[in-house]
Design a protein around this ligand. Structure first.
Ligand code: NAI
Length: 318
């Protein structure tokens, strides 16, 4: 296969002073993209500032690539996008990767722990994306990646603030994928697991060694390539492996026997095992499918009621 390249493209990678973001920036630059290496240079908990981005820019330039450092916080996302426009005249790719942790059990979590995590992960991604959006729309081209986490998809002890922000990013991507569709703006989500300072005391040492960010970078790079046509996808990657994650809905069950019956707390309890029975569960592609499914079910409910009179078995197929 011909090499997939990014010549003429400008990418902003947030939090690219280390870890995953650095691997993304290096790979994109090695394939011809001009890269804004953004990093506030804070500690793992978000405190302080440093110029971590400089070393990454130097590494890119030493290898013949083109990059510029940006030290703004993603919370001021418009400044990062301005850096791209001021230096390279355009923006095509935005990888929202910056992140910090404030892990604590929920009892000990303060409002500040909550706000800080929402600000960097969720509001930061909103701000950068919002600042780039109009350009993407006008040029009818944009590639955006949000960074979620299995802590968001599944929950994880001590990460209530982080899980909420990380699943929030999936919601943001879902809607932007819809709003960006007619402008060739693809919005996807990566769920990485990699060795970095965020995970050095979480992952077992032998796993930490094997989980190089460089194994995930090609997945993310493909997801922001012009040939990438998926949108709204959640891609989980680690250890040189990638999978797609989706939400599934059970077939559900009516909460009453006849259309004229009331729904009561007891009838809900009575039908609960069918409501949560995931056999035959389906992934629905879009919100319109949710409505269509409901309308279909209601019609079937009405028809069965007419056919079966007063029988108790209208819903045996559910
Ligand atoms: P990392 O700590 O090496 O990289 C995150 C970078 O973001 C740091 O260089 C930090 O200075 C920068 N940053 C923090 N706040 C910022 C702000 N306000 N503005 C700009 N830059 C800021 O961590 P890692 O592991 O590379 O994480 C990258 C992303 O991947 C994060 O969003 C993280 O939540 C996510 N992630 C990582 C996982 C892993 O296994 N490493 C698992 C799931 C998600």
């Amino acid at each position: 296969m011909d090499q997939l390249r990014f010549d003429g493209r400008v990418a902003v990678v947030t939090g690219a002073g280390g870890g995953l973001g650095k691997a993304y920036a290096l790979l994109l630059a090695s394939r011809g993209a001009k890269v804004v290496v953004n990093d506030l240079g804070s500690a793992r908990d978000g405190a302080g500032k440093s110029n971590a981005a400089d070393a990454v820019v130097k590494e890119i330039k030493d290898k013949g690539g083109v990059a510029v450092a940006d030290y703004n916080s993603v919370v001021e996302g418009e400044k990062l996008i301005k850096t791209a426009i001021d230096n390279f005249g355009r923006i095509d790719i935005l990888i929202n990767n910056a992140g910090i942790l404030r892990d604590k059990s929920f009892t000990k979590m303060t409002e500040q722990d909550w706000d800080l995590i929402q600000a960097v992960h969720l509001k930061g991604a909103f701000k950068t994306t919002h600042a780039a959006w109009e350009t993407f729309r006008k040029q009818k081209y944009g590639r955006i990646v949000m960074t979620s986490s299995n802590a968001g998809l599944f929950g994880n002890f001590g990460q209530a603030n982080y899980s909420a922000a990380k699943l929030g990013l999936v919601g943001l991507a879902n809607t932007l994928a819809i709003e960006g569709a007619k402008y060739n703006i693809k919005v996807n989500t990566i769920v990485p697991t990699a060795a970095s300072r965020l995970t050095e005391d979480i992952l077992p040492p032998e796993m930490y060694e094997a989980m190089k960010p460089e194994l995930i970078a090609p997945v993310v790079a493909y997801m922001v390539h012009e040939s990438f046509n998926d949108t709204g996808a959640i891609i989980d990657s680690t250890l040189g492996f990638a999978t797609k994650a989706q939400l599934f809905r059970s077939n559900g069950a009516p909460l009453k026997k006849r259309p004229s019956d009331p729904v009561t707390i007891e009838s809900v309890k009575e039908n609960w095992s069918k409501v949560v029975d995931m056999r035959g569960a389906k992934h629905l592609e879009k919100i319109a499918d949710v409505t269509l499914e409901l309308v279909d079910k209601l019609q079937e409910f009405e028809e069965r009621s007419k056919l079966d009179g007063d029988k108790d078995s209208y819903w045996t197929t559910y």
